[in-house]
Design a protein around this ligand. Sequence first.
Ligand SMILES: Cc1cc2nc3c(=O)[nH]c(=O)nc-3n(C[C@H](O)[C@H](O)[C@H](O)COP(=O)(O)OP(=O)(O)OC[C@H]3O[C@@H](n4cnc5c(N)ncnc54)[C@H](O)[C@@H]3O)c2cc1C
Length: 448
Amino acid sequence: DLKAKYREKLVSGGWMGTMNLTEPQAGSDLAALRARAEPVGDGSYRIFGQKIFITYGEHDFTDNIIHLVLARLPDAPAGTRGISLFLVPKFLVGDDGALGARNDVFCSGLEHKLGIHASPTCTMIYGDGFQGAKPGAIGWLIGEENKGLACMFTMMNNARLCVGMQGVAVAEAATQKAIAYANERRQGKAASYTGTGMAPIVHHPDVQRNLLTMKALTQTARAISYSCAHAIDMARVSAGDEAAHWRDRANLLTPLAKAFSTDIGVEIASLGLQVHGGMGFIEETGAAAFYRDARIAPIYEGTNGIQAIDLVMRKLPLGGGDHVHGYIAELADMAAAVRTSNLQGFGRTADALDAALGDLSEATRFLQKLAAEGRADEALAGATPYLRLISLAAGGAYLARGALADQGRIPLCRFFAENLLGEVSALRARVIDGAESLAAAGKTLISA
Ligand SMILES: Cc1cc2nc3c(=O)[nH]c(=O)nc-3n(C[C@H](O)[C@H](O)[C@H](O)COP(=O)(O)OP(=O)(O)OC[C@H]3O[C@@H](n4cnc5c(N)ncnc54)[C@H](O)[C@@H]3O)c2cc1C
């Protein structure tokens, strides 16, 4: 019934949807969630509670807004096992699809944010007797009782990939703008410039380094995100063991697609601002807006720190710990193809990729061993460096595969391998040797 009534309008964009997870005391830790749902007895529920930071919680772009809300039933177990998912429309919908009475859910405030100013971020109050209504927002259960988090994850996995694409998109936009500006803006002299007057700044090696870093990182993040999307599609169209393989692959790549893409989105927007010089800090170029807009993506949809934990604790064990090594073997095949191609333009790419993939194997086995020995804290200390390590190594292999298919891409692939991939060895050292000093120095921060 819910699908028949709401889905078409949600998919067509006739009505907009929201995800209501976060509460003041429950952000990363949804076990602390307090919103409650009371059964009415006619199949519906009354929802009470406060949600914060709800994207598009209130607006007048569409006639109706369909809120998907996590709340607890009266007899629900504590923690994440006692969370259910409810559909709560802003306006109740009749059997004929016509909009009826206003539901008891309202926006009590809009957040004033660093960026994404076109996106209303709302505090939502459910069940406060809005405009004299009987208290309790009317809602309907989606899926089974106490299985709300699993239902929400259907959406969250998709949303993680979409937020990753926000990182890629802002990176691409920042890169295009910076390349255009660097070709227009003239300052100083450059050996490679034979024209008259000052050289366009794109001739300066340091500016080229910034622009190539932007371009290469954007392409690595895009390739990882597309690989993840490809795995999701393959899981959908295959069956049995093959479907399970692609599901594992999508699960492994989702935290990379979300966290690496959004981390580099911020880095690239910052580099783009740098290429603009002082004008980057001035609003009229638009470079600053990319920087501000990019900054939220590592935070929402599960902070990037939480993505790294997910990668190390839940994704590395997939397939009894073998799935990730199968993936690394596929990346190694891409590196081997560069070596056997014998194409001069690749320079030292094959060597750099071999070294990076060796570091990746070593760091992966190290973290898997810690997890198997129950040394979770030590493994978690290395989680964020590991996520970047695997993303850079995978990204390098994807750039190589792209360059083998289209030789016009070889120079960027080589630049990445010989200028940026060296970071992987430092990241391996952080994963393997960093935990003890982090724990010792970490103690000095704690006041309570
Ligand atoms: C603009 C915007 C839009 C949003 N849209 C929505 C929305 O539509 N729907 C919705 O439900 N929510 C939304 N959110 C909320 C967002 O998902 C949360 O802000 C996010 O999940 C983090 O929760 P928190 O803010 O409570 O941070 P906290 O959970 O307090 O985290 C603070 C810091 O501690 C770290 N941390 C926390 N726990 C751990 C741990 N166990 N291990 C290691 N590190 C940890 C985090 O990584 C972070 O760096 C939005 C937020 C913003 C700012």
